[in-house]
Design a protein around this ligand. Structure first.
Ligand code: BJ8
Length: 431
C-alpha cells in the first residue's frame, strides 16, 4: 500500500490485527495467482494497483466524498439499479465477498449449510474486516434467493438498521413487472430521502450514460476474449469484472478502454496469452465475488483459458444496455425497470432466457467446454444446472458440474476433475 491507513481503519472500527492477517494472505494469493502470469498486458497494472489499494486508497477516496456529503450505498445484487444511486449523487459499492473469512462467527447467525457468499458477507462484518460495510450509509438487499432474503433481516440487526430491501418478483410476467416498476420508484424515493437530492431528468440521463459506458467497455473486453488465441487471460478478465463493482465508474471505464486498445494492438501483433490449442472454457453459474479466483486459477493453471462467465460477475452485469432515449423521469424509471428485468438469474421461474444466453455465449466465444459452477448450498443454481446440462448436450459441448465453497480444501480434488475434463476435450470425447 502507498501509505499507512491504520488510523482510518481504526476509525472505521476494524479489527486491526485480524485485518493485517487478511491483507497478508490476500497479498500472497494475488502474487501467486496473478503476478505469476506470463506476458500480461501493461494495462493490467492499473488493476493490480486497485487491488493493492482495495482497503486503502479507494476507501480513503470514498471517505473523503462521504465527508463532503455524498452518501455511500452498498449492494449485493445486480438487480439494484446503479443509475438511480448515481443520479441521487450516491456512491455505489458492491459488498459481496468471496473469501472464507469470519465463517465461525457467521455460523452463529445462519446455518452451516448456507452458501459461502452469504456467510462471507456476514463473516467479514462480524470479524471487523470490511471497511466497505463500515462506510456505507445504506445497504440494499433484495428478495432473490431465500438465504439472502432471510440473512438480510439479521444483517439489518448487526449493522444497526442500515438495510433496505427491494422486493423482486419470482416471475417476469405482467404482474411481476408491475411490482418491480413500483419497487424501482420506491427505491428512487428512498435514495432521494437519504441524500436529500432530487433525481431530475438531467441527472438521470447523466447517470445512465455513465453506467452504460461502463457496460460498453466490459462488452468490448468480452468481445476481445472471443479471439483464439486470446489476448487476455480469464483470470485478468475476472478481476476486471470484480473491480467493476467498487471502483469509480468513470475512471474504471477509461482504464478498461485503455486496456482494450492495448489488446486490439496485441491482436494485430499476435502477442497472445494463450496457445491456439488451449481448450476454451465457458463458466456459467453463481457469482464469483472478489477474491474468489479459485476455479479460474485451476482451469488456467491446467493449460486452458476461461473465455467468458455467464455470471453476475461477468456477462449478466453488462450484456444489456439501458435505452437512454427517455424524455421524462417516469419514462426513464420504466426503462430502467425494464432493463434490469433482462437479467436472467436462477432465482426467477421459469428462467429459460438464461439457457438461451448460455447457448449464444458458447457460440460467440467459441467455447470447447462448459463448466457449471455453483457455490455449495446455492440451491437456485444447483437445481438449474440440470437444464444447463441439457443445453450443453444439445449443442454437443462437453459439460462439467462443479459445486464448491470458498475453502481451499478441495483444490486437489477439483484440479483432478478439471484436468480429466480438459483431457477429454482435447481428445474430443463426450462427457
Ligand atoms: S442476480 S445470482 S447477484 S441474486 S450464491 S446468495 S443466489 S444462494 S448471489 Fe445473486 Fe442477484 Fe441472482 Fe446475481 Fe443466493 Fe446462490 Fe448464495 Fe447468491
Amino acid at each position: 500500500m502507498s501509505k499507512d491507513y491504520k488510523g482510518m481503519w481504526s476509525n472505521l472500527g476494524l479489527d486491526l490485527k485480524a485485518h493485517d492477517g487478511l491483507l497478508a494472505v490476500l497479498t500472497d494469493a494475488y502474487k501467486n495467482i496473478y503476478l505469476s502470469q506470463k506476458n500480461r498486458p501493461e494495462g493490467m497494472k492499473y488493476f493490480d494497483f486497485v487491488i493493492s489499494e482495495v482497503h486503502g486508497m479507494r476507501i480513503e477516496e470514498i471517505a473523503t466524498a462521504n465527508e463532503k456529503g455524498r452518501k455511500v450505498v452498498g449492494t449485493f445484487c445486480l438487480y439494484v439499479p446503479e443509475e438511480l444511486i448515481l443520479a441521487a449523487d450516491g456512491i455505489c459499492i458492491g459488498l459481496c465477498a468471496g473469501a472464507d473469512v469470519g465463517t465461525d462467527e457467521a455460523e452463529k447467525y445462519v446455518p452451516r449449510n448456507t452458501c459461502a457468499l452469504i456467510k462471507a458477507f456476514m463473516g467479514f462484518k462480524l470479524a471487523g474486516l470490511c471497511p466497505y460495510v463500515q462506510i456505507t450509509d445504506l445497504i440494499v438487499g433484495e428478495t432473490t434467493c431465500d438465504g439472502k432474503k432471510k440473512a438480510y433481516e439479521i444483517f439489518d440487526e448487526i449493522t444497526g438498521g442500515k438495510v433496505y430491501v427491494m422486493e423482486l418478483p419470482n416471475k417476469k410476467g405482467p404482474e411481476g413487472r408491475a411490482l418491480w416498476r413500483n419497487e424501482v420508484r420506491r427505491f428512487a424515493k428512498k435514495l432521494e430521502d437519504l441524500t436529500g437530492k432530487k433525481i431530475d431528468l438531467q441527472k438521470l440521463r447523466g447517470a445512465s450514460k455513465v453506467v452504460n459506458e461502463k457496460r460498453k467497455a466490459l462488452q468490448r473486453l468480452s468481445f476481445l476474449r472471443s479471439f483464439n488465441p486470446s489476448p487476455v487471460s480469464g483470470l485478468d478478465s475476472l478481476l476486471i469484472n470484480q473491480v467493476s463493482f467498487y471502483d469509480d465508474p468513470v475512471r474504471f471505464t477509461a482504464k478498461v478502454n485503455e486496456l482494450c486498445d492495448e489488446l486490439d494492438g496485441r491482436l494485430k501483433s499476435g502477442s497472445m496469452v494463450t496457445e491456439k490449442e488451449s481448450p476454451r472454457i465457458l463458466i456459467s453459474g453463481s457469482p464469483m465475488a472478489i477474491p474468489n479466483w479459485k476455479l479460474h486459477a485451476i482451469i488456467e493453471g491446467s493449460g486452458a483459458v476461461v473465455v467468458g462467465e455467464e455470471s453476475c460477475v461477468g456477462e449478466r452485469n453488462f450484456a444489456t444496455l439501458l435505452d437512454e432515449d427517455f424524455s421524462s423521469i417516469e419514462d426513464g424509471m420504466e426503462k430502467i425497470a425494464d432493463r434490469y428485468m433482462t437479467i436472467n438469474c436462477a432465482c426467477f421461474t421459469p428462467n429459460d432466457e438464461r439457457l438461451t444466453d448460455i447457448q449464444h455465449m458458447a457460440k460467440r466465444l467459441r467455447a470447447d467446454g462448459l463448466i457449471h459452477y455453483a457455490i455449495q448450498f446455492c440451491t437456485p443454481y444447483m437445481v438449474e444446472a440440470f437444464k444447463v446440462k441439457k443445453v450443453a448436450d444439445a449443442a454437443k459441448i462437453p459439460f462439467l458440474r462443479i459445486e464448491t465453497d470458498y475453502s481451499m480444501e478441495d483444490m486437489g480434488q477439483l484440479k483432478t476433475r478439471i484436468e480429466a475434463f480438459l483431457e477429454m476435450i482435447g481428445k474430443g470425447v463426450r462427457v
